[in-house]
Design a protein around this ligand. Structure first.
Ligand SMILES: [Zn+2]
Ligand SMILES: [Zn+2]
Length: 506
């Protein structure tokens, strides 16, 4: 926050602390127009503006503003403002799901922090608590929950020292959230209630939704509804109405937990609406999409109508887009595995096989050994069971039976587990998905040196092109052979060949 002594700036700071972001922003914008401030004071005004923007959830503008501050602060040699600019950018990026970018910025901020701590004796605690909290979240996104817990506790201690309510409430809520993911519900409840007790109204929506989710998981819907009511009252206030999406999501989760079909349909509508909403944070969109898949499966089991599988497709596609954009390769591979299983349900074995290949290549490429092994197991299971699947199709077996054979329920649970960890496996490659970069159609990795480009324009990395020539030897887009010198194998021939090899080995 600001380091200037000006009265007007102090007033704006006060408004921010009270959560009156719109009012604060208006004040700051007026100040920015004036020409009687020194360059140092102007910089402080800009820092306040960036604070208003990110705190009110306006991440894109916050990013722009913070980039501007960083440049200006470098010119002025104002390291503290540079530090603030970097942490705000790290935070905004994290909230928008750009985890690897956020991690880069936080490393940069850490370097600046070391210098400030050596050479100055300024009261840094507020900025440092914020910094530690972002760092905690980055560890969390990498799947390091214990480390994230430690750092959030440290952030809380720092914030408590200076009675920074915003940071206190935020770190307490983060701690509760981590315990929720670890299924330690009692600890989660304790910290979430502590966070509510801080009474920092502008961010109260977070611990309230955490409480709702803890009670749903504990099966106590009655108590969950008590907090949903509180949340509904809260978002009526003008400065807090930006959190409406949180209320909608929690409302849908409670409706979904109901046994009545009517309620489940209502929850489906809300999830659908949230799934494609670009203005809400990525985490809530994930939640919406995964819960939708779960609902579709319930419906599929009840109605036996295979059209539902087509209905799921756009949502799965969006999940793939989100995962790819954020480099969440484990989720990407898991989602292709889900696609494979959905293809099994309608006994499209060729598609199932391709999705499995793709999931496996992604897991291999991004160093996920365990996952690659799990998918290899699914591959051999599919080959062994292909006759069973064909028979189920002939018999017109109910979806219930097919879902069981594909272990689909367990798989959805698995994805929920991964999603709650949101492990951002930022690999050495740091593959960025830009248009000018060549991305392999199969493993979604960057094509660095050798590649196979089909006549139709589809691009395969060397590794995947080789793997495909050994399998079906067909381009996935145009169905032309990849290697004209080698035979083209139908899925069945391929399966038979592998079966023969298995028998031969015995
Ligand atoms: Zn590839
Ligand atoms: Zn092609």
């Amino acid at each position: 926050m600001s380091h200037s002594e000006s009265e007007e700036l102090k007033q704006a700071e006060h408004l921010i602390r009270e959560g009156k972001f719109n009012e604060a922003l208006q004040t700051v914008l007026e100040l920015e127009k004036r020409d009687d401030f020194s360059p140092q004071e102007l910089l402080s005004i800009k820092v306040l503006k960036a604070n208003c923007l990110y705190m009110s959830g306006n991440y894109l503008d916050a990013l722009k503003s913070a980039a501007d501050i960083f440049q200006e602060s470098q010119k002025q040699g104002d390291l503290l403002s540079s530090f603030d600019a970097l942490t705000i950018q790290a935070y905004a990026n994290m909230m928008m799901g750009n985890i690897s970018k956020s991690a880069d910025l936080i490393n940069q901020a850490e370097d600046v922090l070391k210098i400030i701590k050596q050479s100055f004796t300024i009261d840094l605690i507020r900025s440092e608590s914020f910094f530690v909290r972002i760092k905690a979240s980055i560890h969390y996104f990498k799947g390091e929950i214990q480390r994230s817990l430690e750092l959030n506790k440290k952030s809380y201690e720092l914030a408590k020292d200076i009675n920074d309510e915003r940071s206190m409430a935020a770190s307490l809520n983060n701690i509760a959230d981590k315990y929720l993911h670890l299924k330690e519900y009692d600890k989660a409840l304790m910290y979430a209630k502590e966070a509510v007790k801080v009474k920092y109204e502008p961010a109260l929506a977070y611990p309230l939704s955490t409480l709702i989710e803890i009670y749903i998981r504990k099966g106590n819907v009655k108590e969950a509804k008590v907090y949903l009511d509180q949340l509904r009252e809260l978002i009526k206030k003008p400065d807090i109405k930006g959190f409406k999406y949180l209320y909608r999501l929690e409302q849908a989760l409670i409706l979904k937990s109901s046994l009545r079909a009517r309620n489940r349909i209502k929850s489906e509508d809300i999830f659908k609406e949230l799934a494609f909403d670009n203005t809400i944070p990525i985490e809530q969109r994930y939640d919406a999409i995964i819960n939708l898949c779960d609902l579709f499966l319930i419906e599929l089991r009840i109605t036996n109508d295979p059209e539902i599988i087509d209905e799921i497709q756009p949502y799965i596609q969006e999940l793939l887009n989100l995962a790819e954009r954020q480099h969440l390769y484990v989720i990407l591979a898991e989602t292709y595995l889900l696609q494979a299983k959905l293809s099994l349900l309608i006994v499209d074995l060729k598609k199932a096989k391709r999705f499995l290949t793709q999931a496996q290549k992604i897991a291999e490429r991004f160093g996920q050994k365990e996952l690659a092994e799990k998918i290899a197991n699914e591959q051999s299971k599919l080959i062994k069971q292909s006759d069973v699947w064909e028979k189920l199709k002939e018999m017109g077996a109910p979806m219930e039976e097919r879902i069981k054979l594909a272990h689909l329920n367990e798989h959805i649970e698995e994805i929920v587990k991964y999603r709650t960890m949101l492990p951002a496996f930022v690999t050495e490659e740091k593959v960025a998905i830009h248009k000018e970069k060549k991305i392999c159609l199969v493993c979604r990795g960057e094509v660095l040196r050798y590649s196979y480009i089909c006549e139709c324009g589809a691009i395969y990395c060397d590794n995947c092109a080789r793997a495909l020539t050994d399998l079906e030897n067909l381009c996935w887009v145009c169905d032309n052979p990849i290697d004209y010198l080698k035979p083209v194998k139908s899925y069945k021939e391929e399966a038979e060949e592998i079966n023969l090899n298995h028998k031969g080995k015995k």
